[in-house]
Design a protein around this ligand. Sequence first.
Ligand code: ADP
Ligand code: MG
Length: 505
Amino acid sequence: MSETMNTFEAQQQGRPTGPLVHGYEVIIGFETHAQLSTASKIFSRASTAFGAEPNTQACAVDLALPGTLPVMNKGAVERAIEFGLAVNSHIAPRSIFARKNYFYPDLPKGYQISQFEIPVVQGGVVEFFLETGKGAEVVREKKSVRLVRAHLEEDAGKSLHEDFIGQTGIDLNRAGTPLLEIVTEPDMRSSSEAVAYAKELHKIVTWIGICDGNMQEGSFRCDANVSVRKPGGPLGTRREIKNLNSFKFMQQAIDYEVRWQIEQIEDGQRIEQATVLFNPDSGETRAMRTKEDAADYRYFPDPDLPPLCISEHWVQEVRGLMAELPRVMAERFVRDYGLPEYDATQLTQSKAIAGYFEETVKTCGQAKLASNWIMGEVSRRLNTEDIGIEAAPVKATQLASLISRIADNTISNNAARQVFDTLWSGESADVDSIVEAKGLKQMNDTGALEAIVDGVIAVNAKNVTEFKSGNEKALNALVGQIMKASKGKANPQQVNELLRGKLST
Ligand code: ADP
Ligand code: MG
């Protein structure tokens, strides 16, 4: 254990210091349980479907009744391999299942089958952008969180408290459900970085389809290990917040925990290593038990299961069947469409968004405009209406027509927003007829535009003089007047050029 701590210390030396909270640096490491989307359990043929009547889906193997033997589910292994490939890990050619022994009412067999010394997935890295600040002050930093490992294990059953008075029910349906436990180095430095990591991880596992990502049903749950220290000092003692199953609670729980730890230390108290639970109603974390050390679990290799052997051939086979990864797709967007890295990352937040973007570009050829519109107007609408892009009333091909009309100067950006609104409301589906019906065509007739420019110059002598004496802002006022006079149909760039031409003579 002390050796592990020393490695952590050493590894943290080169990492940048995070934002300080009352003079303390926050250190966070995550353990995430992703439920693998196999139809049957990790070592048996019982179903993993959610929501069945209690105790109808646990078979003798899941309960380790005498005379039964576990058999490895190939699909679970393949999902672990896919994950490892997605985050650039080493896939162990030989890994070992171990028994983690502990007593708990929801674990009648007395041990959980997990991996200990040699996990199937080793190392790896999760990269993402962390956005801080708001509006014009927004800062985007690229972050990378190193993974220690990801190992296969079985889930335990569940204690039910709600429908019982003075008693607890036990539902063993979940026993033996395949999990991938993904463990990071203590690389995160703030609650927002932790949430950004968790969101990225969630994106990866759902993208590659190894987990349905349903947080309410517990398919993706995170344990946050949190400690604080004075910058440059030794790592503090951590407390582990268990089972965070919403991004919102995750942020609240870590923020509360950080404040609590700092108060304790400032109060002269020592932090004791513990497992804590977050209570969303009170917004507080509370110690559940003092933390066991690995030694308390008396791990030993499971005598019922042979080593898990994965050939390079099998890894390549799995790789061959995997769809393009978000990271790889983002790189392609940068390379092929000339998009900034940030845009590419945003557009690969989900397969659906990426698909929508590619379809738009395929039709209009304007990658940057398409990116701006999707990350701007489209995302805003999806957010306010709380729907996914699949349900967007404006289809990719319609957005593409709209963008084509901006690109060929038929309409201004302002007019395009009006067209977009009409498309979104479903009033009309055709961009050109909306432009026509609403009279939004940009003025491309120079003669008519010149007349308006002359008119505005004639009645705004004050702005003209100011501009001529060096006040650039005065020009904006004139442009504004002209745009207004043209009912927004003038091309602002053309107006600018015309004005400058006329005023320089
Ligand atoms: P265990 O297996 O007993 O839970 P590990 O040493 O494997 O303990 O670490 C579990 C998690 O705790 C990892 O994600 C690790 O990054 C994180 N962690 C370890 N030390 C600290 C610390 N001082 N502060 C915050 N997180 C830590
Ligand atoms: Mg742990």
